[in-house]
Design a protein around this ligand. Structure first.
Ligand SMILES: *Cc1c(COP(=O)(O)O)cnc(C)c1O
Length: 343
C-alpha cells in the first residue's frame, strides 16, 4: 500500500560510519541496536553490520531480543538492562544472548539459573544510572564474565568526569576478571584510544549522529526524510496559517501542506524553524507543526503540487539545534508511518 511518507536509509553510509568508528577505536567495534536500531529498524541494521564484520550487538530488553529472533551463531548479543525477575524465562530461552548484570540482586538471580553460562556485568564508575557500585564487586566471585562494561555520563562534553571514570574503570578492570572490557559509546570513541579497551559500543554515530565536534567531518548522514504534498494553497496577506494562528502572512504566500507531523516524530519544536527542500529550493516551515501536517512556504517552487515529494532538512546536529530535541530523540522518535527503504 502506498505511503505518503518515507525514510530512506543508506546502507553504505551506515557501514562506512561503523568502519570509521572501528578505525578510530582500533579495537573490536560493536553496535547498539536498541530502540529498533535507533528508529531505523534493528533487523536491517544488524544484517548490514554483520555483513560488514560487526559481531557484537546491544539491546536494552529481552523483549527486543525476542523481536530480533535468533542472531547468527558467531554474533554476540548483550541485554543492557540485565535480568529482572520477569526476564528469567526469556533468558533461559534465548541462550544466544547475555544479560548485562547491573545489581547484586541480578547477579544472585543469574547464579541461581545459569551459574556456568557467560554473562556481562556493568560496573558504575560515576554515572549512577545502571551498574554495581565498586564496593559491591565482591558479589561477582564465581561468575563467568564475558565482558565487563562501564558507561560515561558526559562523553559528549569536555568534562572532568570523563577522565575520572576512565581511571575508575582501569582500576575496576585490574581487579575484576573478564574476557573483555568495554567503556566507550560513540562520543567516547572520539575522546581517544585510551577509552577503547577491548570493545567499543557505539550507537548514535553509526546512524549518522554527531556526538562531538571531532566527529563532524567523519560521520556521514544515514537517513533521508521525504513527505508528499497533500495540497497547495494561497494564504492571503494578513491571514494566518495553522493552529494558534502562529504564522501571519505579510504578503500573499504560497504554501505546500505536507503529510508529516509530530505523530511521525517531526516535533513541534520545528514549528517556524524547520526546513524542507525541493529541487534546491528552500521551503521553510510556516507556523505550528500539527499531528499529521506541516505547512511549508513554497513561493520559490512554482511547480510544486499535490503528490510531489519534498525532503526535510534532517542533518542531525542542525535539526537538533532547530527543534530543541537531542539527536537521539530525533532518530528514535521517527514514527511507524514512515515507509523505511534501504538502498
Ligand atoms: C545506548 C548505549 C550505548 C550507545 O551509546 P551512543 O551514545 O548511542 O553511542 C553504549 N553503551 C550503553 C551502556 C548504552 O546504554
Amino acid at each position: 500500500m502506498h505511503r505518503p511518507l518515507r525514510l530512506t536509509c543508506s546502507k553504505d553510509a551506515l557501514v562506512a560510519n561503523w568502519r570509521t568508528l572501528a578505525g578510530r577505536a582500533g579495537v573490536a567495534c560493536g553496535a547498539a541496536i536498541k530502540a529498533d536500531g535507533y528508529g531505523l529498524g534493528a533487523l536491517p541494521v544488524l544484517d548490514a553490520l554483520y555483513e560488514a564484520g560487526c559481531r557484537d550487538f546491544f539491546v536494552s530488553t529481552w523483549w527486543e531480543v525476542a523481536e530480533l529472533g535468533a542472531v547468527p551463531a558467531d554474533a554476540s548479543l548483550s541485554v543492557l538492562h540485565g535480568l529482572g525477575p520477569a526476564d528469567i524465562g526469556p533468558a533461559l530461552q534465548w541462550t544466544g544472548a547475555r544479560p548485562v548484570l547491573n545489581t547484586v540482586q541480578q547477579v544472585e538471580r543469574w547464579k541461581q539459573i545459569a551459574p556456568e553460562r557467560e554473562c556481562d556485568v556493568m560496573i558504575d564508575t560515576g554515572m549512577n544510572r545502571l551498574g554495581l557500585r565498586r564496593d559491591e564487586a565482591g558479589a561477582l566471585t564465581g561468575l563467568n564474565i564475558h565482558t565487563l562494561h562501564s558507561h560515561l555520563a558526559c562523553g559528549e562534553e569536555d568534562h572532568p568526569l570523563n577522565r575520572l571514570q576512565l581511571e575508575r574503570f582501569r582500576s575496576a578492570a585490574a581487579d575484576i576478571a573478564a574476557t573483555r572490557y568495554s567503556l566507550a559509546n560513540s562520543a567516547a570513541i572520539f575522546l581517544g584510544r585510551e577509552y577503547s579497551f577491548d570493545l567499543v559500543r557505539p550507537g548514535l554515530a553509526i546512524y549518522g549522529g554527531v556526538p562531538r565536534r571531532e566527529a563532524r567531518e567523519q560521520i556521514r548522514p544515514v537517513v533521508r526524510l521525504e513527505a508528499q504534498v497533500v495540497q497547495r494553497r494561497l494564504i492571503r496577506a494578513g491571514e494566518s496559517c495553522g493552529y494558534g494562528g502562529l504564522f501571519v502572512a505579510q504578503d500573499d504566500t504560497e504554501a505546500a501542506i505536507v503529510n508529516l507531523g509530530y505523530a511521525d516524530g517531526y516535533w513541534r519544536g520545528f514549528s517556524g524553524r524547520g526546513r524542507a527542500e525541493v529541487g534546491g529550493v528552500d521551503l521553510p516551515v510556516l507556523g505550528r507543526v500539527s499531528m499529521d501536517l506541516v505547512a511549508l512556504s513554497c513561493d520559490g517552487a512554482s511547480e510544486l503540487a499535490e503528490g510531489d515529494w519534498v525532503s526535510l532538512h534532517f542533518a542531525l546536529e542542525e535539526a537538533a539545534q532547530a527543534s530543541g530535541m537531542s539527536q537521539y530523540e530525533l532518530l528514535t522518535g521517527l514514527g511507524r508511518r514512515f515507509e523505511r527503504l534501504w538502498h
